[in-house]
Design a protein around this ligand. Structure first.
Ligand code: NG6
Ligand code: CA
Length: 510
């Protein structure tokens, strides 16, 4: 892939940085939403929900119309962002249980290592979903965990082990359960229920906050059924209505503590993942019910981050990248009326499919980059980009030296991400929930054959895009309606060749 004009940009940015001092290095914040779809934000066309803070971020920077997560589910997308490697190269990188061991091994060089080694203070706040401790099922949740984000370059972490709907339902700060309650030792299992602990499937009367539509019938915490079994926790157990507040407060604290020194903050919100159970101050504020309110709550978090930066006097020199780990889903397992109340709202905007899917709404997500000091005017671009490139693009920006083998799938596309270079990435690779891979170029999309079902099922009800034969879509038509593989065998062949090369890590594919 030619560097072209984008090679010039980082050098000049760095030169400016060197002339001054360390303080001139931009702070970098990822605001990584969960399951937020291409059509879920006002600045992306949503009309039934208001997102003033995200809109403000968009008008102060670049809004991407063709930006992709590497996968249509959480764990693999997060894996790729943090390692610069496609998750499908590694076994064990699918949607993780709350008791899996660290999926990214400590010896792996991560984007947090990169920032830390370049003089940044690094923090991870929010949804983790990449495993903790050395071995699956072997964690002692009542003692400091043996390994965690601290071994992957994060100086500070305040995280949820997996997802809101998976046990353990506690926050973990720097490897220790927050508000640990010695009178209620924590045990977690994903195979065997704990004697005497009521389960969602047997005790629907205890599900006083949210009932499950499918799954989520094991441990009950805060009147909500979860995936996985859990015992104990006591006063350490989270209340879902306070999760956004807890995460935001810790993100704000991290910013304030580090405002005099360059920092990298990975802020992964729980919103808008299930169980959607936002704080009472958002209740009744959206005609779309809990899912709409979760979007309002997400927007609130974004607002608090911006306000904190402004008050600290560091907004101008802070680069914010806001995006989502995968596309949207309405019914993802709880009776929260997301389907009924969506009405005309299209969470995937004009795109076909959604979370889990090989179709575009699975990985084509909102992406906004704002850095007032360097990106001075509002821009909207349809340049083809992928989150896999944040790693190397930012390494160029901050002048980091990467060890050999680091971020093998990441390209330096800084020029794209800063609006200087509108040359499309030649292709992006998208991973669907069943590992079906797609190759997307600006004009075409190839989905490899898959044995998967065409729809995710009656609850989630998302078209997967899986077909037993190769599929080809003309992306100039946007919505992947007409399958055209037989019409354009030469293009199918070209895209299959790219996929073959990328699979083999053949650099010619660049
Ligand atoms: C699915 C869950 C879903 C969600 C998803 C992971 C059921 C029935 N469904 O298995 O609710 O947790 O996993 O979502 O349990 S992700 O955004 O973290 O990838
Ligand atoms: Ca997700």
């Amino acid at each position: 892939m030619g560097l072209g004009a984008c090679a010039l940009l980082p050098v000049s940015l760095l030169a400016q940085n060197k002339q001054t001092n360390d303080l001139r290095k931009p702070n970098v914040i990822f605001i990584y939403a969960d399951d937020l779809g291409y059509g879920d934000l006002q600045c992306y066309g949503a009309t039934r929900v208001s997102t003033p803070n995200v809109n403000q971020l968009a008008t102060s920077g670049i809004r991407f119309l063709n930006a992709h997560a590497t996968a249509s589910t959480s764990t693999p997308s997060r894996y790729s962002v943090l390692t610069g490697e496609y998750a499908w190269r590694r076994p064990g990188t699918d949607i993780a249980a709350g008791n899996v061991g660290m999926i990214i091994r400590p010896e792996r060089y991560t984007i947090a290592d990169m920032f830390k080694n370049t003089g940044y203070t690094t923090g991870a706040v929010g949804k983790w979903h990449l495993g903790l401790g050395d071995k699956t099922g072997q964690q002692d949740w009542n003692a400091p965990l043996s390994t965690g984000p601290g071994d992957l370059g994060f100086d500070y972490s305040y995280i949820m082990a997996a997802t809101g709907d998976r046990v353990p339902c506690v926050f973990i700060e720097n490897g220790c359960v927050v508000n640990y309650d010695p009178s209620a030792p924590i045990e977690v299992s994903y195979t065997i229920p704990f004697k005497g602990e009521p389960l969602g499937k047997d005790h629907p009367e205890l599900l006083y906050n949210l009932k499950a539509s499918h799954g989520h019938d094991m441990a009950i915490v805060n009147g909500i059924g979860r995936i996985g079994y859990m015992k104990g926790g006591g006063k350490a157990l989270w209340k879902d209505e306070n999760i956004a507040d807890s995460l935001t407060i810790h993100a704000v604290d991290f910013i304030n503590k580090n405002k005099n020194h360059p920092f990298f903050l990975y802020l992964a919100t729980n919103d808008v993942h299930v169980p959607r159970f936002p704080h009472v101050r958002f209740r009744g504020k959206s005609s779309m019910g809990l899912r709409g309110e979760a979007i309002l709550q997400f927007d609130w978090t974004v607002g608090r981050v911006i306000e904190t930066l402004e008050k600290a006097g560091i907004r101008n020199n802070t680069l914010i990248i806001l995006s989502s780990d995968n596309g949207p889903v309405l019914d993802d397992g709880y009776v929260d009326r997301a389907v009924e109340l969506a009405g005309t709202h299209k969470p995937g905007g004009p795109l076909r499919g959604g979370k889990y899917s090989a179709f575009e709404a699975g990985t084509c997500v909102p992406a906004i980059v704002s850095w007032p000091e360097k990106i001075r005017k509002e821009q909207v671009t349809d340049v083809l980009v992928s989150q896999i490139d944040w790693f190397r693009s930012l390494s160029t920006l901050i002048g980091a030296m990467l060890p050999q083998g680091a971020a093998p799938d990441s390209f330096d596309r800084l020029g794209n991400w800063f609006g200087q270079d509108t040359t499309d990435r030649r292709w992006v690779i998208e991973q669907a929930a069943d590992h079906t891979l797609s190759v997307r170029t600006k004009d075409w999309k190839y989905i490899e054959p898959s044995d998967g079902e065409p729809n995710t099922g009656k609850f989630t009800n998302i078209e997967t895009g899986y077909r037993k034969a190769p599929s080809l879509y003309d992306m100039r038509k946007v919505d992947e309606q007409e399958e055209e593989a037989l019409k354009h065998p030469e293009i199918v062949f070209q895209l299959q060749e790219i996929l073959k090369d990328v699979r083999a890590l053949d650099l010619n594919a660049k």
